[in-house]
Design a protein around this ligand. Structure first.
Ligand SMILES: C[S@@+](CC[C@H](N)C(=O)[O-])C[C@H]1O[C@@H](n2cnc3c(N)ncnc32)[C@H](O)[C@@H]1O
Length: 288
């Protein structure tokens, strides 16, 4: 089947697409911003069109689609514990008028912690966007070691996390609760009450395509459970885990919010944790 699709694409080219049709802000944020950032970081060290990529925690695959359409990627294998990527053909039809997604994209559902290296595919690059803060802490070391094993020597892993847990909106609940650091100040019960009683529209850029499956109340429960499962990783811890897995840091950038820290938190947590809301981390597997 895949061979037929490849042949058709080789003969007919990629299905046509039209970015002026984009109406969904979540789609736009991934198709434009996330893909631009990945291209900026990864495209600086790898030739995107000729590289084989793995996207760890690919979600709905919108960023991957953009990397193919806008940056010429020819091979991206997305893996995720959920199956949001199954919506991509419909999403691409609705948002781009695209009749079929490129054969460059393949997707796979995995179980958290599955040894991906066992499949024997070697990648030039791996990207992971807004995913590592959701990985179970007790699996971080083995997952990073596995991703290291998936790369060819000299290959790169790019990780982005935003927001980091201890930062003002590190709960990932801002779409319901705009109080900075509320998750560090309020009890879990109080936090849930704020979310449960929330009414009105959400920021469209924060509403993913899973919302329709859950409905208003189901989405609140889903997002709150995601909050409770966050691994609370700090930027330093992420770098430490990566180094222990065998990576060296090729480049990194940490972004900070400039906000007054409440006295009650200043004594409890390092200021650096409280204000560092984002990390971009480019890791290299050393050539042997
Ligand atoms: C916030 S979403 C980001 C998805 C996508 N990267 C994006 O930018 O839209 C986090 C993703 O990580 C996935 N995830 C969480 N733990 C994972 C694991 N252990 N292995 C693979 N994917 C995981 C979730 O299913 C989810 O799709």
């Amino acid at each position: 089947m895949n061979r037929i699709l490849r042949l058709r694409e080789r003969l007919c080219g990629l299905a046509s697409w039209d970015a002026s049709r984009i109406s969904d802000e979540w789609f736009r944020a991934h198709f434009e911003y996330a893909a631009d950032v990945v291209n900026h970081w990864v495209g600086g060290v790898l030739d995107i069109p000729s590289s084989r990529f793995l996207n760890f925690g690919c979600g709905d695959g919108i960023t991957d689609l953009s990397l193919v359409l806008r940056y010429g990627a020819t091979s991206i294998h997305g893996v995720d514990v959920r199956q949001e990527y199954r919506k991509l053909p419909r999403i691409a039809r609705e948002q781009l008028g695209m009749q079929r997604i490129p054969v460059a994209l393949t997707f796979q559902t995995i179980k958290s912690g599955d040894a991906l290296a066992r499949a024997g595919r070697q990648y030039d690059g791996i990207m992971s966007w807004s995913t590592f803060e959701h990985v179970r802490r007790d699996q971080l070391a083995t997952i990073l070691a596995d991703l290291h094993a998936c790369l060819r020597p000299g290959g790169y892993l790019f990780i982005q996390i935003e927001p980091l847990f201890f930062s003002p909106y590190g709960s990932h609940l801002r779409r319901y609760d705009d109080t900075p650091w509320h998750h560090l100040l309020a009890s879990e019960e109080d936090l849930w009450r704020v979310i449960e009683s929330h009414e009105g529209a959400l920021d469209p850029a924060e509403v993913d395509f899973g919302f329709a499956d859950f409905g208003v109340d189901g989405y609140k429960r889903f997002v709150f459970n995601e909050y409770k499962a966050l691994n609370r990783l700090t930027a330093d811890e992420l770098v430490e885990f990566a180094k222990n897995a065998g990576f060296s840091v090729a480049r990194e950038e940490r972004r900070f919010l400039d906000m007054p820290v409440p006295d009650s938190l200043a004594g409890q947590y390092p200021k650096e944790w409280l204000l560092n809301n984002e990390i971009f981390l480019l890791l290299r597997k050393n050539a042997v």
